[in-house]
Ligand binder design. Structure first.
Ligand SMILES: [Zn+2]
Length: 423
């Protein structure tokens, strides 16, 4: 009898616990429902404080996240009265200014006057006025698989591009690479994006940069006849879909895995490059990320070949045009042999200029896109100029054109605005 009572109690308790847990993924009061069950919804849970006050506990996928990027995203049902939502970061601090997506319109920042930050950013209170529609509120725009798939549909129509699934993520999502293939033996640039899920501003930059390289202007056509690009826009699809702060589904930081390639996402890139039939290798590597400010980490200052300072010169050459749209940035030489980031792997492995392209979390979105287009244009101009010089040199000497980039110095070049057109 005692055993029966104990077991009954256990099952009752267990059932109660399960229902509380289920409730915490979705909170409903007589005024509103909050939930996280959508792409990018993340690990947050919620707690009803009162019918017009719901607390959202913002949580990472793992406690040992080395770079707190407190991602949150939630969906709010329509409501006829004002409600208060509270973000509770626990031991973390508020970082991303909340944005809202209304039906049939784009993302916009919430009104500052409706947001109260307290307790050194550990608690954030947001007022929401009555709304007739369901809305998404998120730390950054929800740039998830659907967004990439919409872009890929456009890319697949581009006659210069082909695509290939080069591997699968831990949760079996495809890792998609795109490449131009006008002449597969042309030297190629390798571009990666979104190793870190919350770094949404970098997705806008990567898209703008690529769209410029493959654009319809003569500069792009000329560029793609002499150079190839290989790019993987979404390296961490699981992290993005799950709303993680940093990791892939194995709780590993992909940008600390570029030495033993223990994760399927990083391995897919290495394996693809190692197995290129023509044994071609990248001559330039760019990895897109986001952080608190616009900064380019470069690693070509110590190169002992003609590419020394190639990145520095390209970025400084672009600075004037970028300043016209108020895109301010820092360039930092950075190289650590043992930190396992992609930039250093490509620098070490191929002895090439490699760069981490960091975009500010809060940069104006249209400025991000425009700045990446300016940088892509300037890169094409420099590389085509390099190609011409190579050919001239080869003709004069009667040699095959060199695969490497000849030295390029700022002082020898006129500003791009006064440069004659290439055609
Ligand atoms: Zn990053």
């Amino acid at each position: 009898m005692r055993v029966f009572l104990f077991l009954s109690l256990f099952f009752v308790c267990d059932y109660t616990f399960a229902s509380i847990k289920q409730d915490s993924q979705k909170c409903t009061t007589d005024l509103v429902t909050i939930d996280f069950n959508f792409s990018g919804g993340g690990n947050s849970v919620c707690e009803v404080i009162s019918s017009d006050h719901i607390k959202i506990l913002v949580k990472p996928e793992s406690k040992d996240s080395i770079n707190p990027s407190p991602w949150y995203a939630f969906r709010k049902s329509k409501h006829i009265k004002k409600i208060l939502l509270e973000l509770d970061y626990g031991e973390y601090e508020h970082r991303y200014f909340p944005k809202i997506k209304k039906i049939n319109s784009g993302w916009e920042r919430l009104n500052k006057s409706d947001i109260l930050i307290k307790n050194d950013g550990k608690n954030v209170f947001i007022n929401f006025y009555p709304s007739k529609e369901e809305q998404y509120i998120s730390s950054q725009e929800l740039i998830t698989e659907d967004w990439y798939e919409d872009w890929y549909k456009i890319l697949k129509k581009n006659k210069f591009l082909k695509s290939k699934i080069i591997g699968y993520s831990v949760q079996n999502r495809p890792i998609k690479a795109f490449f131009s293939n006008e002449n597969i033996n042309n030297p190629f640039i390798l571009i990666l994006g979104r190793q870190h899920p919350p770094e949404v501003s970098s997705a806008f930059a990567l898209q703008g940069f690529i769209n410029q390289l493959i654009g319809s202007i003569n500069l792009s056509k000329d560029f793609l006849s002499k150079y190839n690009i290989i790019f993987v826009p979404l390296m961490n699809p699981d992290g993005v879909e799950n709303g993680f702060w940093r990791y892939n589904f194995n709780k590993k930081d992909l940008n600390r895995d570029w030495d033993n390639f223990s994760q399927p996402e990083t391995y897919s890139v290495k394996n693809f490059l190692d197995n290129l039939k023509n044994k071609n290798q990248p001559f330039l590597f760019i990895d897109f990320h986001s952080t608190y400010k616009n900064i380019f980490y470069i690693s070509d200052a110590k190169l002992k070949n003609s590419e020394q300072n190639f990145l520095l010169n390209w970025l400084e050459k672009s600075r004037l045009e970028l300043s016209k749209i108020n895109y301010n940035f820092t360039v930092k030489n950075s190289y650590t042999e043992s930190n396992k980031v992609s930039k250093n792997y490509f620098y070490n492995q191929y002895n090439i200029p490699s760069m981490t392209y960091e975009v500010s979390d809060s940069e104006i979105r249209s400025v991000i896109v425009e700045s990446s287009r300016i940088l892509a244009k300037e890169l094409m101009i420099i590389l085509l100029d390099t190609n011409r010089k190579n050919l001239d040199m080869a003709e004069r000497k009667g040699f095959e054109p060199s695969r490497r980039l000849p030295a390029y110095t700022l002082s020898k070049r006129a500003p791009s605005t006064t440069r004659p057109p290439l055609h």
